[in-house]
Structure formats: structure tokens, C-alpha cells
Write a protein that binds this ligand. Structure first.
Ligand SMILES: *Cc1c(COP(=O)(O)O)cnc(C)c1O
Length: 319
């Protein structure tokens, strides 16, 4: 079994200029951090911010002893797929506790997870809500034996350590680049919180919420509390498009066009909404002229296949 730290040497991911007419006319210099190109293991699951968030967790899991991971997620979860992929890449057993009854046929995310060797443990929605309850975790341990526990979405201290490196890596790659804004899509806010710890004074992390509701502000505040250097950050709530699996023709058109123009595949759940939002804010004059923006492509590529299978090939590209 190779040492984890040697396998996580794919970084740094490229940091590229992103030229769009809307950015040019707003006088913005926009960069894209291609964490979608950080890939490991089978398929496209272990990439992007899931790669960042699992990096130190996998190292800890290996050194802690019990060579199995247990985590939680929905049936289309990028995190579930990433943990399954990590298990296959590193020879760790994985158990995925999945929200909802077992469906008659598995969607592409769960098929992939099972092919990677993940054991799928379905629980109904009510039971799933007690996922942080020690008694529930204890019962799972009695069933499966000791495991390294990763919370839903994978956000914990070690994930935040990994997410900090998105910013430090950019700073090493382009020391002269003074980002005014770091833009990132957010689900649990773990990635944004990690980035905010490294953002320099005078720069701001903008977390684009992929979900409805305003829970993210509290989540990011909690996740970054207790760290000394938390930079400035804000949550953008205007581009969730109704929630996870919701979509609008305008978003789909944007995604297909973006792929045609730049050859970069965005996912419809997270990164698509981020880049759609960025362009929209640029058009509205949200960013002062002359601003430098770094937007993170956090991956999410595994979801494209499932989205197309579910809704009928609305996205005309495969990553
Ligand atoms: C999981 C995920 C996110 C959300 O990350 P959080 O740390 O939970 O905020 C963003 N983008 C992509 C592509 C993801 O898969």
C-alpha cells in the first residue's frame, strides 16, 4: 500500500486566466483554479474539493488503525462517490449510509460507489437525521466494527486543513496575484471556511450557496471560529436555482455554452451556479472595476452523468 502523502502529489492544480466578454467589459481580471483536474482513483469522483477535504482525513484514517471509512450522504452525493473512490484507490473498506429507502435500481453515483466496493446502508429520512447521534453511530459500529467517521459532506477539521491549501497553493503559484475576491461554491461551507482562514486582509471569500436558506452564514462562522486568522467572507444566496437538483433553462444554456467556449465542464449542482453567478454579478457591476477574482472549480464532475440520466441529456458534454 503506497503512502497517502506520496499519492496526493498531483497538486498544484493549474491556475488559469478565464477570459469572458462580461468580465472584460466590467474591467475584471478573473482566474480559475482548476481543482477539477486533481483526480485520483477510479472515475471522476475523487476530484476537486473532495480531494482537498479527504486528503488529511485519509492520512489520519490510515494511521489511526481501523482501515474502514463510514460516511453519510444523499443518493447523488459527490461526497459519497469521492469516499467510495478513495476506498478503491487506497484499499480501504467503505460504508456509505444513504438517505432514503433503497431504490429498485441504483443511479450512476450509487452504481459507481458499489463498483468501488462501498457497502451501501440505506436508512429512511427520519433515521438519517440522527446521523450525528452517538447512539446511532454506536449501533453502526456494532454492525460494522470500528470505523473512521466522516460526517455528511465530509466537513471536519482535517477537511478545513485541506481546503486552506486551495488559497496557499494559488499564492505560491502566482505570488504577484493579489486576489480581491475568492469565489467558491458552498454546500456545508467547509471549503469556504478553510479558504477564509488563508485569505489575506483586504481580500474576501464569497461563498455561493448551492442550496436555499441562510444556514450557511452560521455554518461558516462556526467552522472558522477559534482560528486566529479568519479573513473576510460573505455568503451569496442569489444563485441556488431552487436547490440541489433544480435547474432552469438559463443555467443549462450557460453550462453548454461555457463548455463550448472554454472546454471546461461545469456541474449543474455547484460549479455551474458559481460561474453563472459570477457572470451575472459582473454584469450587475457588483465587483469594482480593476478587481482580481479567483474562482475555484471544485469538481463535482461525477454528477453530470447522473443528472443527464435523470433529466434526459440536458448537458451536451461529458467531462
Ligand atoms: C461538495 C461540493 C461543494 C461544497 O463544498 P462544501 O465544503 O460542503 O461547502 C462545492 N462544489 C462541489 C463541486 C462539491 O462537490
Amino acid at each position: 500500500m503506497p503512502v497517502i502523502s506520496t499519492l496526493f502529489q498531483h497538486a498544484p492544480s493549474p491556475l488559469e486566466r478565464l477570459i469572458l466578454p462580461e468580465f472584460e467589459s466590467a474591467g475584471l481580471s478573473v482566474w480559475i483554479k482548476r481543482d477539477d483536474l486533481l483526480r485520483m482513483g477510479p472515475g471522476l469522483a475523487l476530484c476537486g474539493n473532495k480531494w482537498r477535504k479527504l486528503k488529511y482525513n485519509l492520512a489520519a484514517a490510515k494511521s489511526a488503525g481501523p482501515a474502514q471509512l463510514l460516511t453519510f450522504g444523499g443518493a447523488f452525493s459527490n461526497h459519497i462517490a469521492a469516499v467510495a473512490g478513495a476506498g478503491a484507490a487506497f484499499g480501504l473498506k467503505t460504508i456509505g449510509v444513504i438517505r432514503g429507502e433503497a431504490p429498485p435500481g441504483l443511479n450512476p453515483t450509487l452504481r459507481f460507489a458499489r463498483e468501488c466496493g462501498m457497502h451501501l446502508h440505506f436508512v429512511n429520512r427520519a433515521a438519517f437525521r440522527s446521523k450525528e447521534d452517538p447512539a446511532f453511530l454506536y449501533r453502526l459500529e456494532q454492525t460494522y466494527g470500528p470505523f473512521y467517521h466522516l460526517p455528511e459532506g465530509g466537513t471536519n477539521e482535517k477537511a478545513i486543513e485541506g481546503a486552506r491549501e486551495i488559497v496557499t497553493e494559488c499564492q505560491h503559484q502566482q505570488p504577484a496575484l493579489q486576489a480581491d475576491y475568492w469565489c467558491v461554491s458552498a454546500g456545508t461551507g467547509g471549503t469556504a471556511a478553510g479558504m477564509a482562514l488563508e485569505a489575506k486582509p483586504g481580500s474576501k471569500v464569497l461563498a455561493f450557496s448551492a442550496l436555499k436558506g441562510d444556514f450557511l452564514k452560521r455554518a461558516i462562522a462556526m467552522l472558522s471560529a477559534g482560528y486566529p486568522t479568519a479573513g473576510d467572507w460573505a455568503v451569496i444566496t442569489d444563485f441556488h436555482f431552487g436547490g440541489y437538483a433544480k435547474h432552469r433553462p438559463a443555467l443549462l444554456q450557460f453550462l453548454n455554452h461555457f463548455y463550448q467556449q472554454h472546454g471546461i465542464a461545469l456541474d449543474p449542482i455547484y460549479t455551474g451556479k458559481l460561474f453563472f453567478g459570477l457572470v451575472d454579478l459582473a454584469k450587475q457591476g457588483f465587483f469594482p472595476k480593476g478587481s482580481t477574482i479567483v474562482a475555484i472549480h471544485t469538481g463535482g464532475l461525477q454528477g453530470i452523468h447522473g443528472f443527464n440520466e435523470r433529466f434526459g441529456d440536458l448537458l451536451h458534454y461529458t467531462p
